[in-house]
Design a protein around this ligand. Structure first.
Ligand code: ATR
Length: 282
């Protein structure tokens, strides 16, 4: 029951296709309720071919802000009026604020990843990272790490070309990026593990039971911190737990990207613990 809904209720939401699995409505709603903000947050299923119409509709209906998920994170960019720095580098947008019909896009995944990681590893800037994957999620993670001042990122991907694109694209963010990011093939991961502090999987490998392992997980050492941005305990994380490593799944990143979006929309400090409870309760 939301007896507070009335003629002045602000509308926020998430667009995606599909969108029914999104956890954002439950924790964004909890945040609005907790701070007594007169707003709702709804899932909007938008087919790829309808994205432009949906964005026009958002403006026409004065929807105050929205999140963007798969498959619209890249395609929405040309439909926006202004982009934050992260969106330009990452090449994907997950949060939009509607300022009287003027749409400004943000990407809160980088901030979400860093805030989440800091829960288990408060100091990140002096650590050596292995990032697996070079898609949109990887770009957000790398943007966050470079902004934190991280000096060593081994970047492993099945397709080498995507790593080189990242290095090229990020060279204006940090002119030493050629020295920070070290390209790797997946078959070279095991050879760098002895010099790595933090292992991050940004690929979708591990989501399905039949997925292959990205490398020999028995090579993980207790001193490694292991993060998988998938929202469950993947075989990579199971191996890390077995070794006694610090480890984390994708839920903290999800929580903090949502918290940052909430802050952008409302200008208020997000009630992170309320949002966490709403996210983790069934
Ligand atoms: P996202 O936006 O979630 O990052 P994406 O841009 O499609 O999604 O990127 C997916 C990443 O997972 C890529 O790094 C991809 O590797 P390629 O660049 O070689 O395609 C990686 N990936 C997906 N399936 C994989 C598999 N079976 N083995 C290894 N890497 C895989």
């Amino acid at each position: 029951m939301r007896p507070d809904i009335n003629g002045q209720t602000a509308v926020y939401g998430i667009i995606g296709y599909p969108v029914k699995h999104s956890k954002s409505p439950q924790f964004q709603t909890a945040a609005f309720v907790s701070l007594g903000i007169n707003a709702v947050y709804l899932p909007f299923q938008v087919r790829p071919e309808d994205l432009k119409k949906a964005v026009e509709g958002i403006k026409a209906l004065s929807i105050k802000g929205f999140n963007v998920t798969v498959p619209h994170k890249e395609e929405i960019i040309p439909l926006l009026d202004e982009l934050s720095e992260e969106v330009k580098y990452i090449g994907a947008c997950n949060t939009v604020i509607n300022l009287d019909g003027y749409l400004k896009g943000f990407n809160t995944d980088a901030d979400g990843f860093i805030q989440g990681l800091k829960e288990i590893l408060p100091e990140v800037h002096d650590k050596k990272f292995l990032i697996i994957g070079a898609g949109g999620a990887s770009r957000a993670v790398i943007y966050g790490l470079i902004k934190e001042g991280v000096q060593s990122i081994h970047l492993a991907n099945r397709t080498a070309g995507r790593i080189h694109r990242i290095i090229q694209d990020f060279s204006t963010l940090n002119r030493f990026v050629y020295r920070i990011i070290h390209p790797l093939g997946l078959d070279e991961i095991e050879s760098v593990l002895p010099e790595i502090d933090v292992i991050v999987n940004t690929t979708s490998v591990g989501l399905k039971d039949e997925d292959p392992h990205l490398f020999d997980y028995s090579k993980i050492e207790k001193r490694h911190t292991v993060v998988d941005i998938i929202y469950k305990k993947t075989p990579l994380l199971e191996a890390a737990e077995k070794k006694g490593c610090l480890w984390q799944d994708g839920l903290p990143m999800l929580l903090y990207q949502g918290a940052k979006a909430f802050e952008i929309w409302t200008g208020k400090e997000p009630p992170v613990e309320v949002m966490r409870r709403a996210l983790t309760e069934k």
